[in-house]
Ligand binder design. Structure first.
Ligand SMILES: [Zn+2]
Length: 476
């Protein structure tokens, strides 16, 4: 029997908070500032004698995130100095939190959260100017929230990779819903690191490797998978001693991880409470109950509501979960249509047809809720075919106008005049003796050929359901 191995992963996710000013000074927190060293002051440049003052709204955001994942908000909290030397860290230490994080516990997307704490971001180094480096301090001191999950052991590589990526995605969505962070991965506002290990013993953790540079959730999933497969191969050939504690990067081009640096013994940061910063009693600073009540509807609650209220497919719900404006617009449409079947039809046209049009034409805009609802009613009432509905939708995303008027103008209204359709049906039956004979002989499919001819005769304007009914009646 093949030996079984158990993957364990833990995630560390850094997110830059969306605040007006930086974490410990009044400088503007602007991730889009292109000019270097514009948003700086003596505090974030670590001039001697300056005193950092914590940003209360950044602390409040962390409390809100903690409440949203069902975590425990600390009563007491303090900031610590994490000492290390690097050009992008002007003080020679980073202000972070060690013993008393703002949030402990909580859970999201099937993983348990260990803690969420607040710290300051570093400056950015640019190494593209030849034999020297430049440092831009605009980002130095921007509020940075770090979430750490518990290490989770899974039964399969697939489960580990999927759960890890899913957690990241759900957390990003949560921060966006809360307005706590833009959490744009490409801009570095949301940075995922995964601690990965593989063990033959479910109860015993093996050497872990830290993987960085995960710039998308797809990369995160692939990197976890790649790294676990690499470890598995080493086990299988008896070379597991080559799995060493190290930091590995993910190469998106080669689709593989590579060794960045071996971890010597865990770095000694000599954490100690920052004597320049006051301690905080969070329970006195914030009214957690009031903050919790004021939280917006979060993704999980919205999914449940869409399911019970509209009964639409899970994948359609995800489209709305990921597109706030589209969701609001859809809710307005649903409010106009009211009926469950009509709402489902509307949702199909939105999530498949409108989203499809939008993909190929970014200029396409949502039509007014009223005109879109009118289009749905034309389909539901059988006044236009689904083909015509798609054509009209393509028109109203370019220029918002009445679908009824467009259907008339372009001759897309289906003929529902029974008398006229009966005449045409009779004509077609007379001209197709053989087809009629085979239908009467039991070939149900032969009827479709007659319906097809009716559609052709009416240039597609006949209502196919009505045409079928009439043909059946005449031939019965
Ligand atoms: Zn500053």
């Amino acid at each position: 029997m093949e030996k079984h191995y158990y993957p364990t992963i833990g995630l560390e996710i850094h997110a830059e908070l969306k605040t007006n000013s930086k974490m410990f000074c009044g400088c503007k927190n602007d991730p889009n500032e292109k000019n270097p060293n514009v948003n700086i002051c003596p505090v974030c440049m670590a001039h001697p004698g300056t005193i950092p003052v914590p940003n209360k709204s950044a602390m409040e955001q962390v409390v809100r995130v903690g409440l949203a994942i069902g975590g425990t908000i600390a009563n007491f909290t303090e900031f610590d100095r994490k000492n290390y030397f690097y050009p992008d860290i002007p003080k020679g230490y980073q202000i972070s939190q060690y013993k008393y994080p703002i949030v402990s516990g909580g859970s999201l997307a099937g993983m348990t959260v260990t803690r969420i704490h607040l710290e300051e971001d570093t400056a950015t180094s640019k190494h593209d100017r030849g034999d020297f480096s430049l440092v831009d301090f605009n980002r130095a001191g921007v509020p940075l929230m770090e979430l750490v999950t518990d290490a989770h052991t899974f039964d399969s590589v697939d489960e580990a990779a999927k759960t890890g990526a899913q957690f990241g995605k759900e957390y990003q969505l949560l921060l966006q819903y809360l307005g706590a962070s833009e959490a744009n991965m490409e801009k570095g506002e949301f940075r995922v690191e995964a601690n990965i290990s593989l063990s033959p013993d479910r109860e015993k953790l093996a050497t872990k490797v830290e993987v960085k540079n995960l710039n998308s959730f797809r990369s995160a999933e692939r990197a976890i998978r790649y790294e676990l497969d690499r470890m598995l191969e080493l086990y299988e050939v008896g070379r597991e001693s080559e799995i060493v504690q190290e930091t590995r990067g993910w190469d998106d081009v080669k689709q593989s991880t590579f060794s960045q640096r071996a971890k010597e013994s865990a770095q000694e940061y000599r954490y100690f409470p920052d004597p320049d910063i006051t301690k905080f009693m969070l329970s006195e600073m914030f009214d957690a109950d009031a903050l919790k009540k004021a939280l917006p509807e979060l993704p999980a609650a919205k999914r449940a509501r869409y399911k019970s209220e509209y009964g639409i497919k899970d994948e359609d719900i995800e489209t709305y979960i990921n597109d706030h404006d589209l969701a609001l617009w859809f809710e307005d449409v649903a409010g106009i249509l009211k009926d469950a079947e009509k709402i489902k039809t509307a949702s199909n046209y939105i999530t498949s047809d409108f989203v499809g049009i939008k993909k190929s034409d970014p200029e396409a805009t949502l039509p007014s809720e009223g005109n879109f609802s009118e289009l749905v009613m034309l389909v539901v009432d059988g006044k236009i075919s689904s083909r015509a509905a798609k054509d009209i939708l393509a028109m109203i995303v370019k220029e918002d106008s009445s679908p009824n008027a467009l259907a008339e103008k372009h001759g897309l209204l289906q003929k529902n005049d029974e008398g006229a359709l009966k005449e045409i049906a009779q004509k077609i039956i007379d001209a197709n003796e053989q087809v009629v004979a085979s239908y009467k002989g039991g070939k149900e499919n032969a009827l479709m050929s007659l319906v097809g001819q009716m559609m052709k005769e009416t240039k597609g304007s006949a209502n196919p359901a009505l045409a079928t009914k009439i043909l059946k009646e005449i031939l019965s």
